[in-house]
Ligand binder design. Structure first.
Ligand code: AMP
Ligand code: MG
Length: 660
């Protein structure tokens, strides 16, 4: 047998290893994974430290705090007025004022009183002053009249007061010996205020668990550095480090390491020696770069407890304990990584940080669309919440677990049982909220996305309205508007019969508001001799005549695709099956020479430095749900469309606002 050349040998070896790995991956349920991990974990905090109250914000109390004194420490006046005996005021009114002799003392804050209030006398007292011996009430100055004309100064009382009036008794705010704050309390400004009121200057808090965060992958570049070809930015490192902080830990960000066993192994060992916990991301799925778990298995006892969990997103999760320290390898896919972080890792960090478990908040929602699911894996679908006419509606995110934004923009997730192959449309189910409790946006915009739409949404934000935009395509937006699941649906669909834009989508209860025109056209790399100097139709003819010329198409149902098919008149040039879902993807493919031509809108062509041959102006308009027209945010949206500054910004993007 001849020897394979080196690189191919390595490649084939990697593929074999990947195939073998499928077998040793013992996939367990999410509950079983948590049990196994929990059995080997010591979840108690890793010590306490004493810190100054001024540094205590965001820290966790290590022990209960008992109030060392009463607050207020003495009986205190709550108003400016006169301390007196309530029984001396019986019957007093504006018509029948009573006169009390004034003691020769004014009780200011911070000065102990010297004179006892004896019957039929009163002492002037300031808010916060110590109530003197003998007095049992304070009358407000507004209900008195000072009489200092006579030889013995006196005060006229115009109200009768009850005993105890306007006195804050010692310990009425905080009583000495009471449990002021409990262990595990996260210290915010209010708690710090209470501690200060008790005179506490230093406080025992839980030492934050130190969590080392490493990313793995040859493709990773740190934010701020230049992105070379075939590279992506290391987003997991940043989001996980921040999420560690949110969970009460102290992240130690190590950056990204290439898929190199020696380099990565050294980095992991060093990081773990210095930390209470180690979190990696990437290198867990079956692939050539799958090293992390091999290294983890050498870090300490008992080693890997779980490698493979029957859940989606997140199957390739790896959980281990190395000589008492948790070690976790999160999947590389960003949404999988942060989802499994919150499910399996954040609770551990919270416990080590001394924080109580977080009780997830849930909400009953309706899911309007069918959500397909893989049999045998418990599946979590991240959703955006929208207020419908009959309660909350949850829209599953259309982007997959490779997306960075799916998790970041979701309000929560729904669960699909491992034994179900789908969640039927219109199922009522529970959504578990993530992040801050969901606040319904002021306006929901569902339909086709456009760069200039961001300008209008930006104008709304400047006016204090929050908008949620969900990109579901023109047709999806029209359907959502009919069902009343959104307020506004941006659409750009040509009626194949009449050639008119969007008017055929208007139904009872909807009206059409004109947006702007955008120019659709033929995109190619500047200087391509096949297309230079030609019209769009000539360029298409040239493309069709050249067998090596590769196109990039668009997805069925998009307005652009309708235009492409019209122009191709049944031709199927090479690349036709490549059907990405956005203008940007088309432009990126051409700019990176993965394709030679395609159709997109002019501003996107410009953004990617591509040449553009106009084909047709396209009308991008808004379907407005009539019953929601009077909502302030919808009105603000319509006003923004007419706003001169907004229209100027839309023009600057290469669009033509309606009625220009
Ligand atoms: P892996 O688990 O290494 O096979 O990675 C799965 C996918 O996640 C690949 O597309 C990686 O490029 C991507 N990925 C891995 N690590 C990161 C990271 N730190 N930030 C963003 N994407 C990542
Ligand atoms: Mg990788």
């Amino acid at each position: 047998m001849t020897q394979l050349p080196k690189p191919e040998e390595a490649l084939i070896d990697a593929v074999r290893r990947a195939a073998r790995q499928e077998q040793f991956l013992e996939v367990v349920s999410a509950d079983e994974a948590k049990r196994r991990f929990g059995r080997h974990l010591d979840l108690s905090p890793r010590g306490t430290q004493s810190i100054a109250l001024s540094n205590a914000l965001g820290r966790v109390l290590a022990a209960d705090v008992l109030a060392p004194l009463d607050v207020p420490p003495f009986d205190r006046s709550g108003v400016d007025g006169f301390a007196l005996r309530a029984s001396d005021t019986t019957g007093a009114s504006d018509a029948t004022p009573l006169r009390l002799r004034l003691n020769r003392e004014v009780i200011a804050c911070g000065h102990a009183p010297l004179i006892e209030v004896s019957p039929v006398t009163a002492t002037a007292i300031a808010t916060g002053g110590v109530v003197p011996r003998g007095a049992d009430a304070v009358i407000m100055i507004e209900h008195t009249e000072l009489l200092d004309d006579s030889e013995t100064p006196s005060v006229e009382i115009r109200r009768s007061v009850a005993p105890g009036q306007f006195i804050a008794y010692a310990g009425s705010d905080i009583a000495r010996g009471e449990t002021l704050l409990r262990k595990g309390t996260l210290l915010g400004s209010r708690e710090i205020g209470m501690l200060a009121a008790c005179g506490i200057a230093t406080i025992d808090v839980v030492r934050k668990p130190k969590v080392a965060v490493l990313s793995t992958g040859d493709e990773l570049v740190q934010p701020g550095e230049d992105l070379g070809p075939a590279r992506i930015y290391d987003s997991n490192g940043a989001i996980i480090a921040a999420a560690v902080t949110e969970a009460g830990g102290e992240p130690e960000a190590y950056g990204a390491f290439p898929d190199d066993e020696t380099l990565l192994g050294d980095a992991m060992r060093k990081a773990l020696a210095d930390a209470d916990m180690l979190i990696l991301s990437g290198g867990t799925s079956k692939g050539a770069g799958d090293l992390s778990h091999r290294i983890v298995s050498t870090l300490g006892q008992p080693g890997i407890l779980v490698h493979g969990v029957a859940l989606k997103p997140g199957k390739p999760l790896c959980l281990a304990v190395a000589d008492g320290k948790p070690v976790v390898v999160l999947p590389g896919f960003p949404t999988s990584a942060i989802f499994t972080f919150h499910a399996f890792v954040a609770p551990v960090i919270r416990a080590l940080a001394g924080l109580p478990p977080e009780n997830p908040k849930t909400l009953t929602v309706r899911v309007p669309t069918r959500v397909p699911s893989e049999l045998g894996r418990k599946e979590f679908a991240l959703v955006a919440l929208v207020e419908g006419s009959d309660g909350m509606i949850a829209f599953p995110s259309p982007k997959g677990s490779g997306s960075v934004t799916t998790f970041s923009q979701a309000d929560g997730f729904i669960e699909i049982d491992a034994l179900a192959s789908a969640l039927d449309a219109n199922t009522t189910t529970e959504v578990t909220l993530i992040g801050a409790a969901a606040r319904a946006p002021d306006v929901v915009i569902m339909g086709s996305h456009d760069v200039a739409l961001d300008v209008v949404v930006g104008a709304l934000a400047e006016r204090g309205f929050t908008a949620r935009t969900i990109a579901v395509g023109s047709l999806g937006g029209a359907v959502a508007a009919q069902r009343g699941e959104c307020d506004i649906a941006p659409v750009h669909l040509v009626d194949p019969q009449s050639g008119a834009y969007n008017t055929h989508l208007v139904q009872d209860g909807l009206s059409l508001v004109k947006g702007w025109q955008r120019s659709q056209g033929f995109l190619y790399r500047a200087g391509d001799p096949r297309f230079e100097g030609k019209s769009a139709d000539q360029a298409i003819a040239a493309a069709l005549a050249d067998h090596y010329c590769l196109m990039v198409n668009r997805n069925a149902g998009s307005g652009t695709r309708i235009l492409i098919d019209q122009k191709l008149k049944g031709a199927r040039p090479p690349g036709y099956a490549n059907q990405p879902k956005s203008h940007n993807a088309v432009a990126a493919a051409i700019a990176q020479a993965r394709a030679d031509w395609g159709f997109a809108i002019e501003p996107v062509a410009r953004m990617y430095g591509l040449s553009f041959l106009p084909v047709a102006p396209e009308e991008y308009d808004f379907l407005i749900v009539d019953s929601r027209k009077d909502r302030p945010a919808v009105r603000a949206f319509l006003q923004a469309l007419q706003d001169d500054k907004v229209r100027q910004r839309i023009r600057a993007l290469g669009m033509r606002p309606a009625n220009d």
